[in-house]
Design a protein around this ligand. Structure first.
Ligand code: UDP
Length: 237
């Protein structure tokens, strides 16, 4: 299958990716490896936005199960994404990549607030912009944040780095003969509730015509391969 090439992309890194093989938190070696791969594609001339998740540290739903009010837990989750964003920033800067973190929840001493035109300027200057705190509101996820920022920043595609090599018609970890799609439509993903991103994020990408490329970021070198239109991935469009 030939896949289109993109020049400005948004990369969504879930907390799970940053956790590596750990059960919780940030795995510095994994973050460094991912940063090396991001630095390579940045060096190849792609304009890059990154949205980081926070599930490796805190999820509002998990907090709610233990009695923390859902909205409060969600704010805690958003704060977790800021910690991840700083870890990714630090790893990228060790690779010589100039970055800026912008948070949807203003945090003046820590990073910039999200300002779309300012983010645009950073991209024009060749900086990588890391967006933290999702959309800045509870009851959302960083997948929705990724779809929203991809639309606002006019990204050609949203690359969702996961621990599987694409979208399957059933959970490949549970159903051994689950079929992987090379390409699948937004509407099929929504109608069959396929596990790509949450439904509001998928709908936002559909309505703004932003393809979602789902690939395994744990596999060394895969990011560059998939970006070049090679490598195993599913494109949702
Ligand atoms: N969150 C939120 N609003 C947002 C983004 C995130 O309330 O716009 C909270 C929510 O509690 C979520 C947590 O932050 O569970 C961590 O984000 P997410 O679960 O999307 O992280 P990931 O699964 O990508 O690691």
């Amino acid at each position: 299958m030939t896949r289109p090439r993109f020049d400005r992309i948004l990369l969504k890194l879930s907390g799970e990716v940053l956790m590596g093989a750990r059960q919780f938190g940030i795995d510095p070696e994994t973050v460094d490896r991912v940063a090396t791969e991001i630095a390579a594609i940045h060096g190849a001339g792609y304009q890059l936005c990154i949205v980081v998740g926070g599930g490796n540290i805190f999820r509002g739903l998990a907090g709610a199960a233990r009695g923390i009010e859902r909205a409060t837990g969600d704010y805690m989750g958003m704060l977790a994404t800021v910690m991840n964003a700083l870890a990714v920033q630090s790893a990228l800067e060790r690779q010589g990549v100039v970055t800026r973190v912008q948070s949807a929840i203003p945090m003046a001493s820590v990073c910039e607030p999200f300002i779309r035109r300012r983010a645009e300027r950073h991209l024009e200057k060749g900086r990588v912009v890391i967006f933290a705190a999702g959309v800045g509101s509870p009851f959302f996820t960083t997948d929705s944040g990724a779809a929203l920022r991809a639309a606002e920043m006019k990204c050609n595609a949203l690359f969702k780095g996961t621990s599987v090599d694409g979208v399957y018609d059933a959970d490949p970890k549970k159903v051994p003969d689950a079929k992987r799609y090379d390409e699948v439509s937004f509407n099929t993903v929504l109608a069959q509730d396929l596990k790509v991103m949450d439904a509001s994020a998928v709908a936002l990408c559909r309505d703004n015509d932003i393809p979602i490329v789902v690939f395994n970021i744990r596999e060394q070198g895969n990011l560059a391969k998939v970006l070049a239109g090679e490598g195993v991935a599913t494109i949702v469009r």
